[in-house]
Design a protein around this ligand. Structure first.
Ligand code: G4P
Length: 282
C-alpha cells in the first residue's frame, strides 16, 4: 500500500495514536531492517514516553544479517527490546510473546505490588505505511486467536486480540508518518518503495540506487545483470536495458523499463540482502 501524506492525514494519525496510546502498556514499533532509522517516526519517542517499548526489525530477510545484528545492538543500547523478524514467512515470530512479557516485566511487577493480578499486558503495533504491520499482526495472531470484543471503557469498535492469558493486542495498527523533511530519508524510503516514486522519476530514482549500490555493494549489479561496470549511473541503466532486452519500437533501448526492473529486483530482494544505512553512521 502506498500512502500519500497530507497535513490532514498526519493530524488524524497523531490523534489516533494519542487516543490509543492511553489504552496500552507496550508499543511494538516496526521498522524496516534495511533502513531502521529512516523508517522510524520522528515523534514516536515523545508520543510513547512512559510506555514499554519493543522494536521489531521487520523484513530482516531483505537486509544483511550481520547488519541486522549490529542494529539490534544499537537499539538495545538505547534501552529498547529488539527482535528481528520476517513477518511474511514467520521468522522470529515465535519468540515475540516471551519478549513482550520481558519488556513489560517492570509494569507487571508494579501491578503485582498494587495488588492487581492477572491483568493482561496490552500492546499496539505501530509503524510507517508498508513496513509490514498487518502482515506482522496476522503472523502473530494467527488463525487460532479469538477476538475479545469490546471492553467497557474502551472506545466502541476497538478490538483486542488475545494472544495468551497475559497479552492482548489492539487489532488495528497505528500508522505513523515518516520524516518527510530529510532528503536522504525520502530517497531511502523511495528505494524500498514505502513512499510513492513521485518524489523522483523512476529513472532518476533508479540512477540514485545505482549510485548507492556501486558505492556500498560494488559488483552486485554487474553480477546480477551480467554487465560491464561503469562510473556513469545512467550508462549502467542502459546496460541493464541492453542485457534484459528492454526495447521500444523494436530497437531503441527502454531505459525506463530497465529502471523499473532494477527497483523491483531491489525491493524484492533479488539483488541479495542489502542494508541501506548503518548504525555507525549515526
Ligand atoms: P503495512 O500494514 O505496514 O502497511 O504493511 P503490510 O503488512 O501491508 O506489508 C507491506 C508489504 O510488505 C507486503 O507486500 C508484505 O507482504 C511485505 N512484508 C511484510 N513483512 C515482510 C517481511 O518480513 N519480509 C518481506 N520480504 N516482506 C514483508 P506486498 O508487496 O504489498 O504484497 P505481497 O508481496 O505479500 O503480495
Amino acid at each position: 500500500m502506498h500512502f500519500q501524506w497530507y497535513p490532514g492525514h498526519m493530524t488524524k494519525a497523531r490523534r489516533m495514536m494519542q487516543e490509543n496510546i492511553k489504552l496500552i502498556d507496550l508499543i511494538i514499533e516496526l521498522v524496516d531492517a534495511r533502513v531502521p532509522l529512516s523508517s522510524r517516526n520522528p515523534d514516536i519517542d515523545e508520543l510513547g514516553k512512559n510506555k514499554a517499548r519493543l522494536i521489531l526489525l521487520n523484513k530482516a530477510d531483505l537486509a544483511e544479517d550481520r547488519r541486522n545484528d549490529e542494529w539490534m545492538e544499537y537499539f538495545k543500547k538505547q534501552g529498547y527490546s529488539v527482535v528481528k523478524v520476517n513477518s511474511k514467512k514467520g521468522g522470529g515470530i515465535k519468540s515475540i510473546q516471551s519478549v513482550i512479557q520481558e519488556a513489560c516485566k517492570e509494569k507487571m511487577e508494579r501491578d503485582r505490588k498494587r495488588g492487581i493480578l492477572n491483568r493482561p499486558v496490552r500492546a499496539m503495533v505501530v509503524g510507517i505505511p508498508n513496513v509490514g504491520k498487518s502482515t506482522f499482526i496476522n503472523a502473530l495472531a494467527g488463525k487460532a486467536c479469538a477476538k475479545t470484543g469490546n471492553k467497557p471503557g474502551v472506545t466502541k469498535g476497538k478490538q483486542w486480540i488475545r494472544l495468551n492469558k497475559n497479552v492482548e493486542l489492539l487489532d488495528t495498527p497505528g500508522i505513523l508518518w515518516p520524516k518527510f523533511e530529510d532528503q536522504t530519508v525520502g530517497l531511502r524510503l523511495a528505494f524500498i518503495g514505502s513512499i510513492k516514486d513521485e518524489i523522483l522519476q523512476t529513472e532518476e530514482l533508479a540512477s540514485e540506487l545505482v549510485k548507492f549500490l556501486n558505492q556500498s555493494y560494488p559488483g552486485v549489479l554487474e553480477e546480477k545483470y551480467t554487465i560491464e561496470s561503469s562510473e556513469d549511473n545512467y550508462e549502467v541503466l542502459r546496460r541493464i536495458a541492453e542485457s534484459r532486452h528492454c526495447l521500444v519500437r523494436g530497437s531503441e533501448l527502454d531505459v525506463e523499463k530497465a529502471a523499473a526492473i532494477l527497483l523491483d529486483d531491489f525491493r524484492n530482494g533479488r539483488l541479495g540482502r542489502l542494508t541501506l544505512e548503518l548504525p555507525e553512521e549515526n
